[in-house]
Design a protein around this ligand. Sequence first.
Ligand code: BG6
Length: 495
Amino acid sequence: MERKIVSPCVMIIFGGTGDLTHRKLIPALYNLFYEGNLPDSFAVVGVGRKDKNASEYKHELQASLEKYSRYKIKPEVWEQFSKKIQYYKMEITVSEHYEGLKVFLNEMDETLGTQGNRLYYLSVAPSFFEMITKNLAQYKMAENVDSWQRLIIEKPFGHNLETANYLNTEISKVFPQENIFRIDHYLGKEMLQNMLVIRFGNALFESFWNSRYIENIQITSSETVGVENRADYYEASGALRDMLQNHMLQLLALVAMEPPAAIDAKSIRDEKIKFLRTLSKNNAEIIKGNIVRGQYGEGKMGSKPALAYRSENGISPKSNTETFIAAKLIAGNFRWGNMPFYLRTGKRMKQKTTKVVIEFKSLPEILYFKEYNGMQPNLLEIRIQPSEGVSFSFNAKRPGTQNGITNVMMDFCQNCSLENNSPEAYERLIADALKNDQTLFTSWDEIEASWSFIDNIANIWRQEQPQFPNYAPDTYGPSDSDVLLTNNGHKWWNT
Ligand code: BG6
């Protein structure tokens, strides 16, 4: 049952002038406010090092809202919402500045009735995560005395298992696990939440959801953009750490996990962790032949020239950072046996799309499967974005006097009609953090399991120099990614 957000609070965004705040966080808060989903006593404080007053800050945010908000800005709504916004200038690296912040927040409690409740949002470079939490502890800004203090932390959570472990240990000295909300914004996407409903709310799907009926499962998250203005971050992470370690493995876990005992955070997380741990079956030997990495070269996106990754602003001309990864993974558990899961993600690809394609097994080669060319296996396609929906394709007789067969499709489109304007991922996630619901946030155990798997791949890659660049922009990635599937008699369904 939907719980209402009742707790008053102040949300403090470290990185209050940053890109994420402008593009995602403030639009998410505005939309929550618009729908009446923020507590009455609520304020958001953008923390930044730039010199500006609250009204300048609001002015900048308003301009971003015009661009990025899901709901069009209504002057009367903005007027009310903007009263909730404050700006606080400080250096997050200077410990003494936290004292001033504390006084500022306490004063807000007095005027707004926010009761000492705090939602700290770390929208800063990961190198500041530990420092900020330690400073909050030093000034007793993270203590649960008659109030609550929660921490939302953006990815990446560590660079590998060792650094993630260290970060987790340090942060949990300040915030108990139940107050740490680790964001994976994919979990806030409507269709990822829908995945569990589709799987466990339909007898037909659940009965066939195993390797006896399914030939393979393909998960694609491709982007048309390149590295954009994130050279430093991306050079150190690449597609492996930027997408596979988090979004892709989370999506895979939701597709492949066992039914949870209940629809609550603990039960769902328990099943995801169990599944993620099965990935350890993909040991070094197996991984070697089953992972393809790529980097885009120079070319064109449509008719426009596109730079090679190595020529992008801030990128080393000798960079070996991967902008594409494809993997064939085996879960090896009772449900999935040796059935392959194919995953791929990359930048500068042909389409912006995130989708899951379930390819069902073909029937024996008798009757129609023997007599007609072009029979296609049944495909269930779950589209996460930009189009949201589910389609199922099957074979049917082509109307007419000839006995032709054609492939037809049943399609459900979730965001085709204007009334169905799905909330942005960050809306759902911020609302859940305010409600203290951890279901759509990643637990430490999940992070630990996914890093151990990702570390294996990184270690293997370290031993070999890749031949980069190896794919052209506006394509589906390197040809080796196709070979990964054709070796098994499969192909990517590039619909
Ligand atoms: C982010 C990655 O987590 O996800 C980006 O850091 C990527 O590199 C982005 O572009 C993709 O998100 P979405 O929601 O556009 O699929």
